[in-house]
Write a protein that binds this ligand. Structure first.
Ligand SMILES: Cc1ncc(C[n+]2csc(CCOP(=O)(O)OP(=O)(O)O)c2C)c(N)n1
Length: 366
């Protein structure tokens, strides 16, 4: 007779594999699945949600055009992530502190940076870090924003501020140790932080399933004692409602929260132009395109008589024209010099850097 084990690891593993149902307000067929949440929005609010997503999609399309023309620096495409990004950032208040990653330029602009400043940031110009928005500059080191968030959030708590920290990372970011350390610290100190994981299925070419055996990324917050929830990241009403509820919960002194938005990166990882067809089939992506966040809101608004194709076209043109003006403004400043960047790195440049500075000054004077 087989000896009975003292512990059933398979059962424990199974319990970790039970998938929650992500929170939704409208499904991909534009059917209202949470009437109470839906009815809490006025018609004007519903239109505003759609306008923000049209704005972000226009920003994406225009920046990709600028990139192809060689007029941007580094820029991370955002098509597909409009509901996740606009829904969560619309729950932010001016006094809240933003800790964005490189794919969160739209939220940075919504939180008070100008489009021109965002373009300077993309070009690596120091003026791109001088925005008045209450935010750190977009973090390139994945996962690191969560460490900074723990510190910022603790500072907000110690100052007794009526504000929380909003922090973004991707699924790949949660595979970096920094993100756990940040969440653990924030959990231990009950710091007012909202950790938003935009689970867009890929970390460059590595699919989410290959990055971790965890069935949901919310499990990573559980280890830090932080309540976490999955949200349909293609449903702006759900993203906003959950972010707003999280903000209120955190502000009431209950410690941090994590939200995992299930979303998708439609195109390449960055404007540097990796080729997604090398790691992702069209068939695998199609279900995500069918869940597009604009399609479902467009249907809801059109059925209510609040939206038309002509209006959307006009808006898109208006937004794109404003981005063209912003780029002209960005062009009007002298490009960043390598020597100036080096001079700013330390208050007193090291002897090696002094040699580098002299070398670049010589080159730049020609
Ligand atoms: C610590 C660190 N390791 C590696 C990289 C290189 N890198 C840049 S983006 C990226 C993938 C990040 O994926 P994810 O966090 O899912 O965010 P997404 O780009 O999909 O928004 C990697 C590995 C980095 N920036 N930082």
């Amino acid at each position: 007779m087989a000896k009975k084990s003292i512990v059933d690891f398979e059962k424990i593993k199974q319990e970790l594999s039970d998938l929650p149902t992500p929170i939704q307000v409208i499904d991909q067929n534009a059917k209202v699945v949470n009437k109470e949440a839906f009815d809490s929005f006025s018609d004007d609010q519903l239109v505003e949600f759609m306008e923000k997503m049209v704005w972000e999609r226009a920003l994406h399309e225009q920046t990709m055009n600028f990139s192809r023309q060689g007029r941007m620096g580094f820029y991370a495409p955002t098509a597909g992530e409009e509901a996740s990004e606009m829904g969560t950032v619309m729950a932010m208040k001016d006094q809240d502190f933003l800790l964005p990653a490189y794919r969160d330029i739209p939220q940075l602009i919504q939180h008070g940076a100008t489009v021109t400043e965002a373009f300077w940031w993309s070009r690596g110009h120091v003026k791109g870090n001088e925005f008045k928005a209450r935010s750190l500059m977009p973090q390139i080191i994945i996962g690191a924003a969560y460490l900074e968030t723990a510190g910022v959030a603790l500072g907000l708590k110690k100052n007794g501020e009526d504000a929380i920290a909003f922090s973004y990372t991707g699924d790949g970011g949660t595979s970096q140790g920094d993100s756990y350390e940040g969440m653990n610290f924030a959990g231990a100190f009950q710091a007012p932080a909202l950790f938003i994981v935009q689970d867009n299925n890929y970390a460059i070419s590595v699919p989410r399933e290959k990055q971790t055996a965890a069935k949901t990324l919310t499990l990573k917050a559980a280890a830090a004692g932080i309540p976490a929830v999955q949200v349909d990241g293609m449903d702006i009403l759900a993203c906003y409602s959950v972010a707003k509820a999280a903000r209120e919960y955190i502000l009431a002194g209950n410690g941090p929260v994590m939200i995992e938005t299930l979303t998708d990166r439609y195109g390449a990882h960055s404007s540097a132009g990796d080729d997604p067809s090398r790691y992702r089939s069209k068939e695998a992506q199609q279900p995500w395109l069918d869940r597009d966040p604009l399609i479902r809101m467009r249907k809801i608004l059109t059925d209510k008589g609040l939206w038309s194709e002509d209006h959307e076209e006009e808006l898109t043109k208006k937004y794109k024209d404003s981005f063209k003006d912003a780029l002209k403004e960005a062009d009007a400043v002298e490009p960043e010099k390598v020597s100036d960047m080096l001079k700013r790195t330390f208050e007193v440049p090291t002897p090696e850097m002094q040699v580098e500075i002299a070398k670049f000054e010589e080159k730049e004077s020609k």
